[in-house]
Design a protein around this ligand. Structure first.
Ligand code: PLP
Length: 386
């Protein structure tokens, strides 16, 4: 049987085990310890963030972020629709309501003009959202300046979901560091991992201090256990933070490898009719965390699902682009501004294997299979390719 090629797997460097061993040797096997402090500090150095709190997941970070900006039951929060459910689930944890905003075609991220229009419409009826969550998708920053301007105009806090965009840039800076709060994920499939984990960053020291407080069961300063607020057990473990410190040291290499994957795919598959890669906006540099493309079935000869199944038959994992959240049964009642762009990207979009540990042979196998689907489909009318 052929070796499976997966979408995006962990890629451990040389130092992680050393940091983990240090945690064991010093008995800091707890959600507190020197690796956590150092990881936060080093994360700030790498991203340019002012303050950071290491947490158990990106989802936990978003949950706290929403609470920190004051989201309460019944509030509305605007959120990108083309994203993973974890971007919007924490809105519902707080009893608030997501309202979705469509993507633009230039970056696949939240359309700033649509956001502006949506805010104007809502201002006219006196029903502005209490926060906006912009997602930086697949390793590419959204167009932050106009999004931030629109939010500032109405005094609405911007939360950046940069779970997928560590290592990317927007006008030379890290997405995640522009809004009131930014969050990142270190899930096993992300560009760097702590096995599971997340980071909350902010330019405001007291917000990050409050995040740490809430993440450690909201324990008041007292010799006994005293609580005046409801808290969470959301801190990252010191062992995981050790993995994170090792991973931060190879982040640049990981970005370079994923960009190299993209270049291999683009230079070979980009010449096939009907294939278009996720465009890279000129305001920054994308990591190509995942290489994503769209397939126009008429021009290519097979649709996205046929390509996905053909790859799966060869033990190659690929995945449809996110199903927009406004199409998810669980968010069926939620309003959405626009939606057609994200729907089209979902219908035609596919994420290819993109791990930083893929070999040239792995990439060749993926490329050859997609090329084969195209040529076989051309010979057999109608589109019967299996
Ligand atoms: C866009 C986006 N937001 C949030 C998350 C949640 O992060 P985590 O899995 O660390 O909770 C993820 C990934 O898992 C994601 O891709």
């Amino acid at each position: 049987m052929k070796k499976p090629i997966l979408l995006s797997t962990p890629h451990i460097g040389d130092r992680e085990l050393e940091f983990v061993k240090e945690a064991f040797d010093t008995n800091w096997i707890a959600p507190v310890g020197p690796h956590i402090d150092a990881f936060e500090e080093e994360f700030c150095q790498v991203t340019g963030a002012n303050y950071a709190a290491a947490l158990a997941s990106g989802t936990a970070a978003l949950h706290l972020a929403l609470q920190l900006v004051g989201i309460e039951r019944g509030d509305e929060v605007f959120c990108s629709t083309l994203t993973f459910a974890a971007s919007a689930n924490p809105i519902v944890y707080l009893g608030a309501k997501p309202v979705f905003i469509d993507s633009d075609r230039t970056s696949w991220n939240m359309n700033p003009e649509l956001l502006q229009e949506a805010l104007e419409k809502r201002a006219r009826i006196g029903k502005l959202p209490k926060a906006v969550i912009v997602v930086h998708l697949y390793g590419q920053s959204a167009d932050i300046d106009p999004i931030l301007k629109a939010c500032n105009q109405y005094d609405i806090p911007l939360i950046e979901d940069a779970a997928e965009a560590l290592g990317a840039t927007y006008k030379g800076r890290s997405p995640g560091t522009f809004g009131r709060i930014g969050i990142y994920s270190f899930n096993g499939n992300k560009i760097i991992t702590t096995s599971g984990g997340g980071m909350l960053v902010s330019p405001e020291e007291q917000l990050v201090a409050k995040a740490r407080f809430l993440a450690t069961q909201a324990r008041d300063p007292a010799p006994h256990y005293q609580h005046s607020e409801i808290g969470y057990n959301y801190r990252l473990s010191n062992v995981s933070a050790g993995i994170g410190r090792g991973q931060l040291r190879v982040l640049k290499e990981r970005v370079a490898s994923r960009q190299r994957n993209f270049r291999s795919y683009a230079s070979t598959l980009g010449i096939l009719p009907g294939i278009e890669f996720m465009p890279e906006a000129n305001y920054g540099c994308a990591t190509r965390w995942l290489t994503c493309l769209t397939i126009d079935p008429k021009a290519f000869g097979a649709d996205r699902e046929q390509v996905r199944l053909a790859l799966a038959a060869q033990q190659i994992e690929s995945r449809p682009v996110w199903k927009p959240l406004h199409l998810q049964p669980v968010f069926a009642e939620c309003e959405c501004f626009g939606g057609a762009v994200a729907e089209n990207l979902f219908t035609q979009g596919l994420c290819l294997p993109s791990g930083s540990n893929l070999t040239d042979q792995d990439l060749e196998r993926v490329i050859d299979e997609i090329i084969a689907v195209h040529y076989v489909s051309r010979k057999t009318e109608p589109l019967l390719i299996f």
